[in-house]
Design a protein around this ligand. Structure first.
Ligand code: AHR
Length: 335
């Protein structure tokens, strides 16, 4: 590292020298932060675990939070839970205050891929181990296995492929589709769109005529669907990135005097109780499961990592698939 004194000796003006020295120091410490070993998980009970939730406005999020509450005692965790109310900025500040409190472990689903990456590096710098669950962050900004222990979650691209494959079959390869996207900037929305669009692009009879965010929320999904239906009254299929938006779309379709499941075929992702009931009622065609039960998985991974076992950078969760052929016996998996 070049010191400020050395810059001065080299004849640089003081302010420029100070800035150069600062930039070099900042650059070097960023590089060091990336190279440093990952923080360890303390071998103590109770372990103070911070769980920073993104929002609590749908059954999926409630089931995820509950899975952490339910596992806490068994895992020897004392869990501190926050709720970011659908704001990435609030989630960042929730996590920063957990870092300031020096929790022993941070576990969270990053609401969006980019805004949550810097706080993962801040935790690492503060010596706090991090496990990401459900959604991931931008791997060019912070990397699993280097900057945080691991990402535990589903393959969202594959979920999009599976939803599209089902829709191609169900419509004999001919459909005019509205896509209801999840929260803008979330890995779940980006990857579910990528996977679905990839398959649709290979099927010339399938056309996506509109694609808009419904923020993974039922009422937003209903509103967006209402507007898009007016612009595209000839639509024959809907792909919603989650069950809640699909249920909102079903309400909008009915309000427009059409029959969901007959006039418009709907495919979605999650496998909530409401989603499974809509399949049983013939209004929803299919739902790819996306499991929200990360508490026990995170506990297991944390304990293995604490014992010194190697944890892969992605602990992949495998998902079921529901349609009318198996919905009756699958009701037990709804949440
Ligand atoms: O990240 C997973 C998605 O986020 C779920 O599909 C959705 O319901 C939730 O809000």
């Amino acid at each position: 590292m070049l010191s400020l004194e050395k810059n001065l000796r080299l004849g640089l003006r003081p302010l420029a020298a100070a800035l150069t020295a600062f930039a070099l120091t900042a650059g070097l410490s960023a590089a060091h932060a990336a190279d440093d070993a990952l923080p360890k998980i303390a071998n103590k009970k109770p372990l103070r675990v911070g769980f920073a939730q993104t929002e609590s406005n749908n059954p999926w999020r409630l089931a995820e939070t509950k899975s952490f509450k339910d596992i806490a005692a068994k895992c020897g965790w004392q869990v501190v839970i926050t709720d970011a109310n659908s704001s990435a900025a609030k989630q960042v500040s929730d996590i920063q205050s957990m870092i300031a409190q020096h929790v022993d472990l941070l576990v969270f689903p990053p609401r969006e891929e980019k805004p949550l990456a810097p706080v993962v590096l801040q935790a690492k710098k503060a010596g706090i181990p991090v496990i990401l669950v459900d959604r991931n962050i931008d791997q060019s900004m912070a990397k699993a296995g280097r900057d945080y222990i691991t990402f535990i979650g589903s393959d969202f691209i594959d979920q999009g492929h599976r939803a599209a494959d089902w829709l191609v079959k169900a419509t004999n390869g001919k459909a005019t589709i509205i896509e209801l996207e999840g929260s803008t900037g979330a890995s779940a929305a980006n990857d579910r769109k990528k996977g679905f669009d990839e398959v649709i692009a290979k099927n010339p009879g399938m056309k996506i005529v509109a694609s808009q965010s419904g923020d993974f929320a039922r009422d937003k999904g209903r509103q967006v669907m209402e507007t898009l239906l007016q612009a595209h009254p000839d639509v024959t299929a809907v792909y919603a990135h989650n069950d809640e938006m699909a249920l909102g779309a079903i309400a909008a379709i009915k309000a427009a005097g059409k029959q969901p499941g007959k006039d418009i075929t709907i495919v979605t992702i999650d496998g909530t109780k409401g989603g499974l009931e809509a399949i049983a009622a013939g209004e929803l065609g299919a739902s790819v499961q996306s499991s929200p039960f990360f508490g026990p998985l995170a506990c297991d991974v944390a304990q293995r990592y604490a014992k010194g076992e190697t944890v892969p950078p992605w602990v992949k969760v495998s998902d079921r698939f529901y349609d009318k052929s198996n919905v009756k016996e699958s009701m037990q998996y709804g949440y």
